[in-house]
Design a protein around this ligand. Structure first.
Ligand code: GTP
Ligand code: MG
Ligand code: ZN
Length: 319
């Protein structure tokens, strides 16, 4: 039986892998011949190179990345990654494969919660085939009123099947109680700078000591941050921190495609007069617009949809 391991860290060509059976951790290298593999169009690796022609994709360079499951060879002096198992999904920034959930992190305040960014993140999640989960931090800094209003608005997202969690990461015990949703999964944190991603991880795993707050502000984000991908073991799951960002582009070039990344709209669109081809803009008898007016769809969600449509229409695409 060939042994299978999960790749949890990559620094300068050196991999850390964890055997899925024995849970033993090893340092490993990638086998030289591994870098080129023949790929057929139905392979899960195909997604990475969708922009190139089919001919070019027959022989493809694939590097193992964090989150990959691999076969490995236990040699006398080295351990070699032999073959990567098919990926169920992957991101390039951060460079991680097989993500079970994307933890969309927002603080109630400092910085203020952004429904615009949330809706954008959700498009990106659905586009990349990732399950989104919402994490709200800094609930200790919000007034009762602020928190109540936020919870009301976020209940819309719960209604459409997205989990929402609320934490004060400075209260480690309360965070520990919240962590069940990470069990047995590979989770990646995403969110603006300063929302408390690293602080949440530090609370989950005392001793982890990730850099937080002040330092990243003082030195200017990005340059000083170690740019390696790593999965940290939390209970029976793994979680990866990412550096924050201030801007996120929508990777869609035709505005008609946007509606495909709104599962809540899709479910209702059979009741639009033009059915699945309705873009929910100026079409007559649009069920989506009707439900916005009825208060059954969050107004901000529909307004953000319109603003993303504008964004896509106005984007100059340079080939
Ligand atoms: N009061 C309170 N402060 C928090 C909480 N979570 C984070 N903070 C503070 O918010 C600041 C930013 O937290 P970080 O964890 O560095 O934020 P980050 O999302 O990792 O930021 P980047 O790494 O720049 O993307 C720090 O000063 C934290 O102490 C919270 O739940 N409550
Ligand atoms: Mg951080
Ligand atoms: Zn419609």
């Amino acid at each position: 039986m060939r042994k299978i391991a999960l790749i949890t860290r990559l620094i300068g060509g050196n991999y850390t892998i964890v055997d899925v059976e024995s849970k033993q951790e090893f340092e490993a290298k990638a086998r030289g011949g591994l870098r080129y593999v023949k790929v057929d169009p139905s392979s899960s690796f195909h997604r990475t190179i969708s922009k190139r022609t089919k001919k070019e994709t027959e022989l493809l360079q694939i590097s193992p990345k964090v989150g990959d499951y691999c076969y490995y060879d236990d040699l006398e002096d080295t351990i070699l990654i032999d073959e990567i198992l098919p990926r169920k999904n992957e991101l390039s920034r951060p460079d991680i494969a097989n993500i079970d959930q994307l933890l969309l992190t927002f603080s109630v305040v400092e910085p203020t919660f952004s429904f615009h960014l949330l809706d954008k993140f959700l498009i990106s999640s659905y586009q990349n085939n990732l399950t989104p989960v919402i994490l709200v931090t800094k609930i200790d800094l919000a007034t009762t009123e602020e928190l109540k209003e936020l919870k009301e608005n976020l209940s819309y997202y719960q209604k459409i099947g997205i989990e929402v969690h609320y934490v004060n990461s400075l209260d480690i015990e309360s965070v520990t109680e919240e962590r069940l949703f990470l069990e047995g999964k590979i989770t990646v944190l995403a969110g603006q700078t300063g929302v408390g991603k690293s602080t949440f991880l530090n609370a989950l795993k005392p001793g982890l000591d990730l850099r937080t707050g002040e330092i990243s502000k003082a030195l200017g984000r990005g340059r000083h941050t170690t740019r390696h991908s790593e999965l940290y073991k939390i209970g029976g799951g793994y979680i990866a921190d990412t550096p924050g960002f201030s801007k996120l582009d929508i990777d869609i070039h035709k505005f008609e495609e946007l509606k495909n990344y709104y599962p809540d709209f899709i479910e209702l669109s059979s009741d639009c007069r033009f059915g699945n081809s309705c873009n929910h803009l100026n079409e007559p008898k649009c069920k989506i617009k009707e439900e916005v007016l009825n208060g059954n769809i969050l107004t901000s969600r529909y307004e953000n949809y319109l603003s993303f449509i504008d964004e896509i229409k106005n984007k100059k695409i340079i080939y």
